[in-house]
Design a protein around this ligand. Sequence first.
Ligand SMILES: *Cc1c(COP(=O)(O)O)cnc(C)c1O
Length: 379
Amino acid sequence: MKLATRLIHAGVEPDPATGAIMTPIYQTSTFVQESPGKHKGYEYARTQNPTRHALQNALAAAENGKYGLCFSSGSAATDAVITLLNPGDEVIAASDMYGGTYRLFTKIFQKYGIKFHFVSMQEASDVEKYINPQTRLIWTETPTNPMMRITDIAAVAAIAKKHQVLLCVDNTFASPYLQNPLDLGADLVVHSATKYLGGHSDTVLGAIIMNDPGLHEKLAFIQNSRGAVPGPQDCFLILRGLKTLHVRMERHCANGLVIARWLRADPRVDKVFWCGFEDHPNYEIARKQMRGFGGMMSFTLKEDSLDSAFKVLSSTKLFSLAESLGGVESLIGHPASMTHASIPREERLRNGLADSLIRLSVGIEDADDLVADLKQALG
Ligand SMILES: *Cc1c(COP(=O)(O)O)cnc(C)c1O
């Protein structure tokens, strides 16, 4: 089955009790047993829930994976992956990833004796230099947030295999519509379903998708033991969002192209970071591993200052100033003071994250209206 069909049908069966075509919201904490241990596969809702079960299977199908596991947020999914590790283990992580992931690694897990190396993953060969006998995991995000750099997933997967190290890819920005890391050799895919998968800015939820039954068993154990599970209402909303992912993404990509080109031609804009430009340093890899380039982009202003960025950020009317991304409505954000505020300024600048850098999550409104809004805001 092709993706568009899988997104609508995979994992979802008519409700066995009533025939309801939409998976019901099983708002229950426990399930009645006939006799001790004799039940229909559901005992307690932290461990199993039918609504969550349907979503886990749907997400697995969306990523061409065998197993899906859902968590209360993307960060909880990330937390579960790192919980696989032991003190003394080492992780090689992309240097310009989501600020919350950086915070989780450095502020929570480092103190449990797990060591993180932050490395630019634009050149896969750079990753290999940091591998030693303690390395257990390579963590990457591609395209990266907010610089839109690209990691060659297949090349890094080959290095991971050679050294028997796990590769986990945060696929939140691309979504399964644009890229499937498991097909390229990754062991684990993490999603903040809060973003494109849900698509309507109304739910916080995370997921891990994988093929290996051993990893699934370990992560299901962590999911149940740590208990960071999503509620059935949230699972239902992501299931509903998933059904239109392909049509939404088509428009995100089309609008992304229009806005990226328009920004690039505007005299007040300095650089535009979008992986669909042919002169993007990783364009060839992006074209090889992605089916489109999406609606996420960043740009800097010729007048590079916090003030000039703040002027634009407070002047847009359609682009709402807010954290998050991937919803139907367009958002504008300022990484230096918002998503990446926990990263020290020097480190931020070293990664190209200038003071005036503005990030856009281009929504699916009419492209002409979006251009007009940016035009008046850059004023
Ligand atoms: C938002 C985000 C996360 C964290 O997900 P939450 O659902 O907010 O916990 C992780 N990675 C990326 C790339 C994100 O954009």
